[in-house]
Design a protein around this ligand. Structure first.
Ligand code: BG6
Length: 512
């Protein structure tokens, strides 16, 4: 694998990051995710020289689409959504290996045709290649796809020959504990766990991976990373966008399922887990599961650990926007939450008594995802706020997006002839230090799955543990309907109920 001079992030990348010969089959090939993320990811991996020469892309979907037309759709997707402009020569290399198979998801004969299609590719090139199935369809057909992959022999094709068929499963991974257990059982009936890659695209984000490096490659953090020094942890994943054209999906989902149960919980697990024994998939996932299991059941009563709300009309970036109930595809009496905030208690030696606050919402003041570690205040003997000193709690914040980086708030003396203090922020920004054009999360994840590295994917027991925590909340909210639903103006930082969750312990949400 040659290193491309075009990409500074590839400098020094070890050679084993190249993938073996692979056929990637995308189920749901004419869908939104394929156009926005998957095809551009494959394209950029190719430009970076990270795809093997024997790389083949097969689109699969219900719609009959000729190969040529699929290739045109793919090149249009790259033009519209890729972080790099489409270069015809780069694209031609992939296009020559891109085909499409039309078929139903519950049609065993169509899967046999797919198997024959893959066998045809292998015959042409005179060697076996691993197959990576990417299930990017609505969840209603996850089951039939998995079963047909089993029935057509595609799932077990290479077992025992040193490489395996692999499957990537997109979210949502179930909608509660029972459905997640059922999906895991279906998967396990067909694939072994090491063949399965459950995606949470937050794990592919640069700064999320950096969290592990910051925590475990710097000796200064570990001694402070516990209940003796940390007052609270706040994890925010705020979006400016509303539900847009995804009303149909969102009505069935809501913020807890869409963002909290998966993305924010992944951030929490990486922040709170114990140091793993090795930088490798099973060791890291073992620690994540352990910390998730230490989270106490949530108090759902009044004044408890959860808050939910819907946005009403407001202003975003100077523009008036409608409320959730006025959006396209939303029931006028919808009880779907667009904001959720949770207070979690982790009952272990490291964290007992330290609240972990999670919040996420659509149509909030600003798009920002961050993890803020709030340290305890120093004893106020020398510089007490009551004596007029302007002090802040030390806060270490991992800015996941936008403006990726890390910052630390410290109290400092204002220059001058008397002692006055002011909090200042020390910042590290990725774009300043390393330049921009960071690989997209999906590039890293597709490459890792091809290589067989499951570190940045969710193990079955991880998904189940998280659903176990949140299923009672979903049930309680479903039973309550709109009763108790708070509101917040679009463009604000959320509802009063979200603030009250923190106020109960004397805390405030940070304004990121
Ligand atoms: C997806 C959710 O998983 O994440 C969307 O389904 C959300 O509702 C998106 O907008 C946010 O991802 P990102 O990468 O833009 O923060």
């Amino acid at each position: 694998m040659a290193e491309s001079p075009r990409h500074p992030f590839l400098q020094g990348l070890s050679k084993h990051r190249g993938a073996p010969p692979t056929v990637v089959v995308i189920f749901g090939a004419s869908g939104d995710l394929t156009a926005r993320k998957l095809i551009p990811a494959v394209y950029n991996l190719s430009v970076d020289g990270l795809l093997p020469a024997d790389f083949y892309l097969v689109g699969y979907g219900r719609k009959a689409i000729p190969d040529d037309e699929f290739r045109t759709l793919a090149s249009e997707a790259i033009k519209e959504f890729s972080r790099r402009e489409l270069n015809e020569a780069d694209w031609a290399r992939i296009a020559a290996h891109t085909t499409y198979v039309a078929g139903g998801y519950d049609d065993k004969a169509a899967f046999d045709r797919l198997a024959a299609h893959i066998a045809g590719i292998e015959k042409n090139i005179g060697r076996e290649v691993q197959t990576l199935f990417y299930i990017s369809t609505p969840p209603s057909v996850f089951g039939p796809i998995l079963q047909n992959l089993g029935a057509s022999g595609l799932a077990g094709k290479y077992v025992g020959k040193g490489h395996h068929a692999k499957v990537i499963i997109e979210k949502p991974f179930g909608r509660d504990l029972a459905s997640a257990l059922e999906l895991n059982a279906t998967i396990r009936g067909v694939f072994a766990e090491h063949q399965v890659y459950r995606i949470d695209h937050y794990l592919g984000k640069e700064t999320v991976q950096d969290l592990l490096v910051q925590r475990f490659a710097n000796a200064i953090f570990e001694p402070l990373w516990n209940r003796n020094f940390i007052e609270s942890v706040q994890i925010t994943v705020a979006e400016e966008v509303g539900v847009g054209t995804r009303g149909g999906y969102y009505e069935q989902s809501g913020c807890l399922r869409d963002m909290i149960q998966n993305h924010t919980m992944q951030l929490l697990a990486l922040t709170a887990m114990e140091p793993p024994v090795a930088y490798e998939a099973e060791a890291i996932r073992d620690e994540k599961v352990k910390v998730l299991k230490a989270i106490q059941p949530l108090n759902l009563g009044a004044g408890g650990d959860v808050a939910r709300a819907q946005y009403v009309a407001g202003m975003i970036a100077g523009k008036a926007v409608p409320g959730y109930l006025e959006e396209e595809g939303i029931a006028p009496n919808s009880a779907t939450e667009t904001y959720a905030a949770i207070r979690l208690s982790i009952n272990n030696w490291r964290w007992q008594g330290v609240p972990f606050y999670l919040r996420s919402g659509k149509r909030m003041a600003r798009r920002v995802s961050e993890i803020a570690i709030n340290f305890r205040r120093p004893p106020g003997t020398l510089f007490a706020e009551s004596d007029g000193f302007n002090l802040a709690a030390n806060t270490l914040s991992f800015q996941i997006q936008p403006d990726e980086g890390l910052s630390l708030i410290l109290n400092t003396k204002i220059p001058g002839l008397e002692t006055r203090t002011q909090p200042v922020k020390m910042s590290f920004r990725y774009s300043t230090t390393f330049g921009s054009n960071t690989p997209e999360a999906y590039e890293r994840l597709v490459l890792d799955a091809m290589i067989g590295d499951g570190t940045l994917f969710i193990r079955g027991d991880e998904a189940e543990t998280s659903w176990k925590l949140y299923t009672p909340v979903l049930e309680a909210w479903a039973a309550a309907g709109r009763e108790g639903m708070d509101t917040y103006a679009a463009g604000s930082w959320g509802p009063p109920g979200g603030d009250a969750l923190l106020a109960r312990k004397g805390h405030l949400w940070r304004q990121p």
